[in-house]
Write a protein that binds this ligand. Sequence first.
Ligand code: HEC
Length: 467
Amino acid sequence: MKSVAGLLIAVLICISSFTLAPPGDEVYRKYCAGCHGGQLQGGAATALIKPTWKFGNDRASILHTIRTGIPKTEMIKWQGVIPDADIQAVTDYILKAQHSPQIVKKEKKPLLVKTKLYSLRIQELITRGITDPYGIEFVNAHRALITGKRGELYWVLDGKLDTHKITGVPETYAYDNFGGLMDLALDPDYAKTGWIYLAYSHNTVHSKDKKTPGMTRIVRGKIKNYQWQDEQVLFQVPDSLQVGGGTRWGCRFLIDKQGYLYFTIGDMDHAAYAQDLAKPAGKVYRIHRDGSIPTDNPFYGQTDRLQAIYTWGNRNAQGIAQHPVTGLIYETEHGPQGGDELNLLKSGANYGWPAITYGIGYDGSIISNETSHEGMEQPVTYWTPSIAVSAIEFVKGPLFLKWKNNLLVTALKYQEVRRLVINKDKVTEQEILLKGYGRVRDVKIGPDGAIYVITNSPDALLRITPR
Ligand code: HEC
């Protein structure tokens, strides 16, 4: 009797351990695809089907890489995070995919999605011909303009890519996956003035070398006959304030209802600069649209400070939006590992990076023991683990009345569009609307009231309407 029970237990353990180890492709999709791409084709991180491997491509090397992680990168130590059986399963999946790429299934995402208040219809407007799209703005009901990180501008006409190339776009300074042509904004009087604002990584010597000092630069210009022209530089720091090896350039725009132009600059991988008002990195800026400094800026007239600064202690702001009714301005910024933030911006306020943070270093190191400090702002909410929070936009217009004034929040790593119900400095509800359609770079409500979403890996423009 005893031995029968023992056998039964052994069998049960056997079955349960067998069913506990999920297939490698499932592990991959759940934990790895966000960075390495749904088809192992690469995205935010390197491809995992390829001939040359940086850290070795035999089973033992790949296992080691996954178990121990890669210091100073987003590739964390997975040992202790997921069971070792999962690590082995995903390793075997990656190995098998090298010779049998057909085992990697192309995932078809549903084009109808149910959410709490709406069934959503998702249209893939553009899936080809745009590379690393970053920002989108509507010029009118028919035309939109998209920036591509590799230094391209694309016209969209009635939801289709206009294949005629725009020439003369400013040269950007980019290396690896960092930097490039990022956000754009349109003048509130665009129909009359034609001004288009661009934010991009720049260095004065036009070098591609990673160590070359550079800094985010803001220009405006016009597109006439597919030609970028009449360019004016609105913000550029002196060479002495440029930074080498920078990886977080910020570059998100907002033009508020009064017509002020806001833009962001990340900490450029020099966290301490975010606490130094004489250094450009780690700030949100506010200028007039001709580049002049508003006299009511918080540090106006203070010669030892950059007078365009609006807020400081911001790690890498990738989203900024104004509430349609209250006029309050919200900003999202990437934390390190954990600690992505949604902030309510106040003129002159310090958001604390890196003195206070809810995150830790990519290598697990402690950045600060403090999450709060007198004189430093607390986030409205934060995300740990990091979703890699990106662009934000308030819902307005006639199509989504039940979501009116809700905040759409996007995510790169988590590949999401979320909906937040916000009451001043409180988030009272949070719902994931979309997941897995790609790394979401930008979100805008179009003139037709539809939600337009820009994704990377795959590069696409989506249109979302209630069914
Ligand atoms: C948050 C982003 C992120 C996630 C999630 C992630 N990785 Fe990575 N991974 C990276 C980065 C960054 C590198 C380093 C790339 C480089 O140095 O070029 C890397 C490198 C690797 C390498 C080494 C590649 C080589 O060329 O030698 C392997 C193998 C790998 N990852 C497997 C995985 C697996 C398996 C998972 C899921 C369990 C995973 N990664 C999840 C970001 C990520």
